[in-house]
Design a protein around this ligand. Structure first.
Ligand code: GAR
Length: 195
């Protein structure tokens, strides 16, 4: 079976993107990273993708101002140009319109640094510490129009330790992210999930 063509959308350092690239180096992995797109021109992840011989594109949201549809039109054009079949949001810090999300329904994943449905949105580690939860973690889910919602594909918890800081907790969660994102993409690329 041919490998599924995946685009990873990033806005920053791209460590989850790197974990996905690493996983696809196994020839038996059912997907390949065919494109990395950033909405931030100097995102650190772009150089790393290029070093791995992966096509990159920058679709800067700034020139589009408030016109999200026009931004997404440019994004869609890049995805079509590279014949993308699955989209992975990996630290992509732009909200997508319902139109775009529905177009990629059941073919677009996101990773969120919390045990959804807890702690949707930003500053998840800080809020988890403030709430005093004993467990925190990461979630990979299908993207639906509502932010940080949608069917969960993979999720893993970490213990919150006494003395944890935002940074120490984030690092422990990030290690889990790098594990579950490749696992979730594998399941989706193999079509092993009900849609
Ligand atoms: C990751 O922790 C990811 O879960 C989070 O941003 C970080 C990106 O890191 N995503 C969100 O907060 C989405 N709302 P990375 O660029 O090194 O993968």
């Amino acid at each position: 079976m041919s490998r599924k063509r995946v685009a990873v959308l990033i806005s920053g350092r791209g460590s989850n993107m790197a974990a996905l690239i690493e996983a696809t180096k196994d020839p038996s992995y059912p997907a390949e990273i065919a494109l990395v797109v950033s909405n931030v021109p100097d995102a650190g992840g772009l150089a790393m993708a290029q070093k791995n011989g992966i096509a990159t594109a920058v679709v800067d949201h700034k020139p589009f101002g408030k016109d999200r549809a026009a931004f997404e039109h440019a994004l869609q054009a890049a995805l079509e140009q590279h014949r993308i079949e699955i989209v992975c949001l990996a630290g992509f810090m732009r909200l997508l319109t319902a139109d775009f999300v529905v177009r990629w329904q059941a073919r677009m994943l996101n990773i969120h640094p919390a045990l959804l449905p807890a702690f949707k949105g930003l500053d998840t580690h800080k809020r988890a510490l403030e709430a005093g939860v004993k467990q925190h973690g990461a979630t990979v889910h299908f993207v639906v129009p509502e932010m940080d919602a949608g069917p969960i594909v993979a999720q893993e918890a970490v213990d919150v330790r006494p003395g944890d800081t935002e940074q120490s907790l984030a690092a422990r969660v990030l290690a889990v992210e790098h594990k579950i994102y490749p696992l979730a993409l594998k399941l989706v690329a193999e079509g092993r999930l009900p849609r």
